[in-house]
Design a protein around this ligand. Structure first.
Ligand SMILES: [Fe+2]
Length: 207
């Protein structure tokens, strides 16, 4: 145990939150497509943490190569390399059997109704921070209709690629961390079966 206390979920949530509070948030281009906004305050954003097969941040800026051939580290992972290890320890404590390779880190990011992209299936989401509102709504359609979740200090697992979901208005500072898998990344990791030095994932954890 390096970062967390174990057996104290809410205390460990505060520790996880303290790492997020140190970050300056921005929105990746793929998130800006979901919601167009421009805000450089560092106080709002949605950042992909982990791996991508896109080798370039811009036409002239190459990403850092990951230990797996054909994969690269996202900008957020490059900026905050320790967080991968922090998130891995948290996940291993509280949902050790759930397979994930990437994280979406959100701060005060308004999320209108959407489906996650097709290669992202079941996710685990947790809300952190001192806020009101910011409820997660999931439309399970014929599987149960619209349900509302207060994810503050709670873990909720659902398939965002299957069920439309959104977040209500937020008062205060709301962080959310989404743990999810990506079939393309999983296949690349399995194919090369290397071990990540970053600690955010290793091929042994991805069948
Ligand atoms: Fe989503």
């Amino acid at each position: 145990m390096k970062y967390f206390n174990d057996n104290d979920f809410l205390g460990d949530c505060c520790i996880l939150q303290s790492f997020l509070e140190e970050m300056r948030f921005y929105s990746g281009s793929e998130r800006l497509r979901v919601l167009k906004h421009s805000n450089n305050s560092g106080n709002i954003g949605s950042m992909l943490y982990g791996y991508t097969w896109k080798g370039y941040l811009s036409p002239t800026k190459k990403r850092t190569a990951a230990p797996w051939k054909g994969l690269f580290e996202t900008k957020c992972m490059d900026l905050y390399p320790e967080f991968g290890e922090v998130a891995r320890e948290f996940a291993d404590l509280y949902f050790p059997t759930f397979k994930w390779c990437n994280l979406q880190l959100n701060k005060n990011f308004p999320i209108p109704p959407h489906f996650d992209s097709t290669n992202v299936g079941t996710s685990i989401i947790i809300g952190l921070g001192d806020y009101r509102g910011g409820k997660l709504f999931v439309d399970f359609a014929e599987d149960g209709g619209i349900r509302e979740f207060d994810i503050r200090g709670e873990m909720v697992k659902f398939d965002g690629s299957k069920y439309r979901h959104w977040v209500s208005d937020i008062e205060g500072d709301r962080y959310s961390v989404v743990f999810f898998n990506n079939s393309v990344i999983e296949k690349k990791m399995t194919a090369y079966n290397s071990v990540s030095a970053s600690g955010v994932n290793n091929a042994d954890a991805v069948p």
